[in-house]
Structures are given as structure tokens and as C-alpha cells.
Design a binder for this molecule. Sequence first.
Ligand code: ATP
Ligand code: MG
Length: 586
Amino acid sequence: MEIIHKQDPALLALANLRDYDAVYGSFSWDAARAELDGLPGGGLNIAFEAVDRHLAHGKGDKVAIRWLGKDGSRQDLTYGQLAAASNRFANVLKSLGVARGEAVFGLMGRRPELYQAMLGILKNGSVFSPLFSAFGPEPLKARMTIGSAKALVTTDALYNRKVAAWRGELPELDHVLLVRTTDKPLPEGCVDLAAAMAEASEDFAIAETGPEDRALLHFTSGTTGKPKGAIHVHGAVVAHHVTGRYALDLHPDDIYWCTADPGWVTGTSYGIIAPLTNGTTMIVDEAEFDAERWYQTLQDEKVTVWYSAPTAIRMLMRAGKEVADTYDLASLRFLASVGEPLNPEAVVWSDETFGKPFHDNWWQTETGGIMIANYAAMDVKPGSMGRPLPGIEAGIVERKPDGGVTEITRPMALGELALRPGWPSMMRGYLHEEERYKKCFADGWYLSGDLAMRDSDGYFWFVGRADDVIKSAGHLIGPFEVESALMEHPAVAEVGVIGIPDETAGEVVKAFVGLKPKFESSEALRKELLGHARKRLGPAVAPRDIAFRTNLPKTRSGKIMRRLLKARELGLPEGDLSTLESDEKK
Ligand code: ATP
Ligand code: MG
């Protein structure tokens, strides 16, 4: 039986996308581009649309970024101040001779300087590539080498700890700009960013970039293997803007909080660009996850739109509804989630806890923006990713032995999720991996590598990554289905499911379970969970075995690394671990 969450009529009346079918039917990317201003000379530049455009519309005094420091400090940056600071940064880059098309990497926690730098880099026509500040020296060096880094903007603390030792090995890395966070002397060969910005002009003529000029280089999360560098162009801003309006329901008077770090694509597309092009006030919290702090922030800042991820939501669930209940969260209007499958249990929990469901949406580093979503004015089917954005044609395809694909239109047929290329935020390539890029396309489709199904109402249902799907006694089992069933048990906080080789069945299902704080692992609980899963899923799909873990291996963007669970279980090589975050071995 399918549960359907009907949207609140009040939410529907306010929504940007009230009539999905009508908008989907009449949408054109050209018309969408006309919603933006474009550069005075006719070009298109992400930073101009995000910031300077609002000054021309008299919004210079509006708060663009409300920054919350780890130490409790708070700083507001208006659109006008952000325009001036990013101009200063662009002038610093230009004076150093950093040219259009050259790559500038950002390595910083969520500090205001990072946001100013990114926008300044784009204004200069250079390419911005964000890095997680928690990366170790090796992943940093690897990405900056692949990306031919010309400049790096970071803090002196991070530079001293993670970069200084190998900087000389990157012959193209000419400039390092440092935010001073320590009282140590300025390291040799580095620029003091604050001093350079203080001397730079607040005026800057934005580079006349066009929609096809490179703007961003994003490395994928590394969930399935070595991260790939996806290239994105300035034209992507049209998709960021429109999807922000439709899928996140952004309105200019929103207080918006995207909890993702700019080290991965969500944190830039929807943690910087879309909220700014849509003229909202966005919250940036420097601190890491903490349930109490998050609720406090939602309450005190009167957040209206909140974009988060399943891992964070599961951590809030683990902390308990009682914690949420002590805060006044009435300002929340729209909740969305991305990055991993959102278990139906999490949607139901958020509805009970916040009076609103989390709206799942699906996209990838490669797609640059949200492709499939649950909308403010459309009924939510918990467990479904929703329907394609206006301007996006999605289908379910089957690979043929000759390398081509055929679309399967039968409702609930299992196949690969594919998209018709042509939207502006689609990657323009994997850097230095032309062959791999070409392999993503067949018969006019972009192949996502994810398996899914589409129901008769046009809603898409995630099954699993193609690599993670389990083949057991003739059945194809998606880990998500098994994980969601286990998540319904009150003891379970998180779960990752893999297939392990079996002589008779080919593969059998094994689940790794993390428990909620009040529960302790025991043989009795293991048996209970096995029984629960068997009752919910039937013996063919239920796990054969369950193991308890205090912490599942995850990427820095919060995705469970099933491939690592599997490699460890089978004693196979662990592969690229550059994005690994939480880990039992740590
Ligand atoms: P890599 O490509 O390096 O293995 P990754 O695929 O995790 O890493 P991202 O581009 O950050 O890198 O993540 C996109 C993937 O995340 C999707 O292909 C999908 O597998 C998963 N994903 C994102 N959103 C959802 C969602 N709403 N439901 C299910 N899966 C999702
Ligand atoms: Mg991927």
C-alpha cells in the first residue's frame, strides 16, 4: 500500500510551481534564461546573476549571507557588500595575473571569505574548484594536480598543515592567498588576502563570459570509486536559478539554509548560487553538525526553507523527536533533502516532528542541478524522488548488448535512470577523462548509473546504484528497499546493505546496522531485526545476516560507502578512500 502525503493547501497557494503539468508542458530554457539579466554586453556570468544584478534592482542593502561563526559570532553581508568584496577579490586575482579559464581552488571551512572568493573568481572569468577543508594532504594534492591549479585560496592554518609540504611539486600553482587565522608569520611565497583586498578597488569590470565558458570544476563524491572532475559552465546559472525556484520553492523573502558544505556540489549550486540568484537571505553556519545547534539555528534565524541530506536527517532522528520539540520551528515552510535515498521512515518522522515532510530530490555532480524532485504543491509519496523538473526529460532505459539503450515505459519497470541532455547545468566533460565522459551517453540519453523505476503517475523511485544492486536467486534487490525496511525498526539509526557471494543464490543480502543511543547490540536484537526484515520483505529479499557497527563508513558529503562495507567484508582492496569521513577504524 502506498502512503501519499497531501500537501497543505496554504503551502500550495504560495508555491512557485503550482501547476506542474502546465509548467512542464510549456517550459523552455530560453524563456528561463530571460528571467535573468545577463551581462550588459550580452554575456552571462554566474556571479553577476547571483549578486550584482540585485544591486541594479535596488536590493543592495538586503542581507545576502548571514554567517554564524563557530564561536557564536554573527556577521551579515548585504548584496552590496558581497558585490564589493567579490570585486576586490577579483581585482586581487587580476593583479596577480590569474587569467580567464585558469583554475583557482578554494580550501576553507564555511567562512565568509570563501563565498567572496568564489564570486570574485567567477567575476574574473577564472574557474572555481572547491575542496573540503577536512581533506588530508593527498586528496588535496591529487585534485589540484588534476585541475592544474593556478591559485589557491585558503587559511594559513590549513596551508601550513596540509599544503606547504608539497606546494613546490605543483609547477603551475603560482599563487597562494591566505586568510590569516593564526598569529604565525605569513608563510613564504603567500599573499596576505586581507591586506591585498584592503588595497584593491571595489570596482571591477566583470569578465564578458558566455554561457559556454567554464566556471566550475566539481569533483564527485567518490562513493563508487575514484572521484571524477566534472566541468560546468556559466550557463548553468539558468538551471540553478530555475530549479531553486521550483524544486526548493525559493522566494526572495525566504531565510534559506542549505546545510551542505561548499566542498561538494550541493554546497555551491544550492549553498551559494541558487539562493543568491533568487535574492534570498541565506544562512551559513561555520560549525559542524550538532542537533541542538541546528534546531537553535532554525528557531533563532527563523529559517523558512531548509535543504539537507538523509544522513543529517537520520542523525536528527537518532537524537529524538523530544529534542526538536523543545524548539519553536514554526517558521519552517519547506524542507528538502538530497544526496542519498531518503527512507520513507524519515519523511514520516519529519512530518510528525516538524509538521512537514522532507521533500526528496535527486541529482548528481554531473547534472549540476536538481533533476527530479518533490514539489511544494505536489503530493509526496514517501520513498519516491518525485517527478522531473520542467525542462528535464527523464526515462528508464535498458542497456543493449550492442552498447545502445532502449527506453522502457512500462510502469514500475526496473532500469537505469537516464536523462535527455540539453539542460544548461549539465557537465561539459570529465576533466582529462574523455573516454569515460563519452561512455555516459547512448542513443540520445545521458546514463546516470543509478537504477530506478517510474510509476504510472510519473514519480520516480530510486532502487540503488547500478554497482550496489544485489542479484540473489534470480531477484534483483535494491539496497534502498532493504535499508528502508530496517529503518522502520525503532532500534535502527542507520543501515547499509550489500550483497555477498553465495554458492547457491549467487549473492545474499547482508546488512550493517547502527543503533540508536538507547539500544545495545545483542544476539537477541540481531534475531529480532532479521525477523522484522523477513516479515517486511519476505525471505527472498530480507538480509541473511546482520552485523552491528557503531559507525558506517561515509563520504565527507555524508553518503554511506557500500563499496567499502563490501570490500572489508570480502577482504578486497579498499580502493580510493580520499573522500572517506567517518569510519570505525579511525
Ligand atoms: P561518485 O560518482 O564519485 O561515486 P557520487 O555518485 O556519490 O560519487 P555525487 O555526484 O555527489 O557523487 O552523488 C550523486 C549520486 O548520489 C547519485 O547518482 C545517486 O546515486 C545519489 N543520490 C543523490 N540524490 C539522491 C536521492 N534523492 N535518492 C537516491 N540517491 C541519490
Ligand atoms: Mg556518481
